[in-house]
Write a protein that binds this ligand. Structure first.
Ligand code: SF4
Length: 457
């Protein structure tokens, strides 16, 4: 538990985060700001005097989960707690949220995060909506409380300059703004000094890092520099746009010891017609060449992807092109989604003409094909030794889990490993989505990891 500091604010807070890793990291800053001003973290939503939902609106399902959570809180009419909303839904719906859920007292944007303690106090009097300027938000210099002492997310850019037809991100996160290289490297140095071994560099499109800064530094340079930081053992990154994945990036991935053998490269569709309608800026042939180049350049690289099923106008032939691409590239993992129209995107004006039943059938077929490929990919690792950064309790609640350098999930017996350690394990078996292992050697144990972290600026 994080200690309460002397301050005017003595409440306790609970943050529920929806959506991507960028949101999870933003929540680490929200926690940092609140703890700095005297709040402590509540163990559950029921115990909290302040509840913050850090939201996602990329898909309708993500929004519906937030509305559902608000409905549950609204049922508790006697509660005196303050409910606040931030993240993508705050930017998208603004004051409309108060009309729909009067229990919400505060809607804030990341640009207002430094003012959060004052806003929470003031919102006791009247509801407040403070979104600030999404293009001016600079939260990287604020305190952050990271869950892990060995692994950390580090944003390198915010926003996105692309206009993928289905994507609401540019309208809620603004234009691409790269962080200054010196600021990123000094954050990395603080993290490694504190014992962090793995960083994941975050951006909507990491590959275009630095383009807006006008200097020499690009993503390949940054990857090399972060990988060379003293004490750095693993560097991962996401997300890469295939169009901007240059050979210089692949070269650093192949040569820098710390650069992990993992590449998440969203393809979204295997049909050139659909890719063009999505405004992705590449063809299936180009994508397959990049994937094949990555596999050749980086020994043992694991490739994962995102695919949208049922984009407007997607025919059976288009879908078969996607299936064909999946069978050809043989992704080690894939995250698949049914298309859902999002207001504020250019695709919103297109007829959502693939019937839901058809979308579901295509999704099921794609999922079946990919699950066989994933199973085969995982099966090849059985019997090998892998390095596992242990993250915490597994989904079943009885085991502990961590990730390999190539981002596979390894489930370990709970009595063999502890959270926040680095171990070497032998892979004993493979399931549909994860590996089962047994610990052979503890590389960094709990004693070495203790006191490395908790609050990092
Ligand atoms: S690259 Fe496309 S999908 Fe990714 S955040 Fe930017 S607009 Fe959205």
């Amino acid at each position: 538990m994080i200690p309460v500091r002397d301050s005017a604010h003595t409440g306790c807070f609970f943050i529920r985060t929806f959506g991507c890793q960028m949101n999870v990291h933003d929540s680490e800053h929200i926690a940092g700001v609140l703890v700095d001003s005297g709040y402590s973290r509540a163990a559950s939503i029921e115990e909290a005097s302040v509840v913050i939902f850090n939201t996602c609106c990329v898909r309708q399902g993500a929004e519906d989960r937030v509305w559902g959570n608000l409905s549950m809180l609204a049922a508790d009419r006697d509660s005196k707690r303050i409910v606040a909303i931030c993240g993508c839904m705050a930017q998208r719906h603004g004051v409309e949220i108060f009309r729909r859920f009067p229990i919400v007292r505060l809607v804030f944007g990341l640009d207002a995060l430094a003012r959060l303690p004052e806003l929470l106090e003031s919102s006791r009097g009247a509801p407040i909506c403070d979104l600030g300027d999404v293009n001016a938000a600079r939260i990287d210099e604020l305190s952050a409380i990271r869950k892990s002492g060995l692994a950390a997310w580090v944003p390198i850019s915010h926003g996105c300059d692309n206009m993928c037809a289905y994507c609401v991100v540019p309208s809620v996160r603004g234009a691409e703004r790269s962080r200054e290289p010196g600021d990123i490297l000094s954050e990395i140095a603080t993290l490694t000094d504190g014992g962090v071994l793995e960083v994941t560099l975050l951006g909507q499109n990491v590959n275009t890092y630095g383009r807006d800064l006008g200097g020499e530094e690009n993503f390949a340079w940054l990857l090399q520099a972060v990988g060379s930081a003293e004490g750095m053992r693993r560097v991962k990154f996401e997300t890469s746009h295939p169009r901007d994945l240059g050979d210089d990036i692949l070269k650093v991935m192949a040569e820098a010891d710390a650069a992990c053998e993992y590449l998440h490269l969203p393809v979204q569709s295997g049909s050139n017609r659909v890719l063009e309608a999505m405004n992705r800026g590449y063809t299936r042939e180009y994508y397959m060449e990049r994937a094949s180049r990555a596999r050749k350049a980086i020994g043992g690289v694991a490739l994962s992807t995102d695919i949208i099923v049922g984009f407007p106008g997607e025919t059976q032939k288009d879908f078969e092109d996607t299936l064909d691409l999946v069978k050809t590239v043989r992704f080690d993992a894939a995250y698949m989604f049914l298309y859902s129209p999002r207001e504020g995107t250019s695709a919103f004006g297109l007829e959502d003409d693939v019937p839901l039943d058809e979308k579901r059938m295509r999704f099921a077929e794609l999922e079946f094909v990919q699950s066989e490929i994933t199973r085969e990919s995982l099966g090849k690792i059985v019997g090998s030794d892998v390095e596992v950064l242990v993250e915490g309790v597994a989904k079943d609640g009885r085991h502990i889990m961590g990730r390999t350098r190539d981002h596979r999930v390894v489930v370990l017996p709970a009595d063999e490993a502890q959270e926040d350690t680095l171990v070497r394990a032998v892979v004993c078996g493979a399931g549909g989505h994860s590996l089962r292992g047994s610990v052979k050697e503890v590389i960094i144990g709990p004693d070495e990891a203790t006191n490395r972290h908790e609050v990092q600026g």
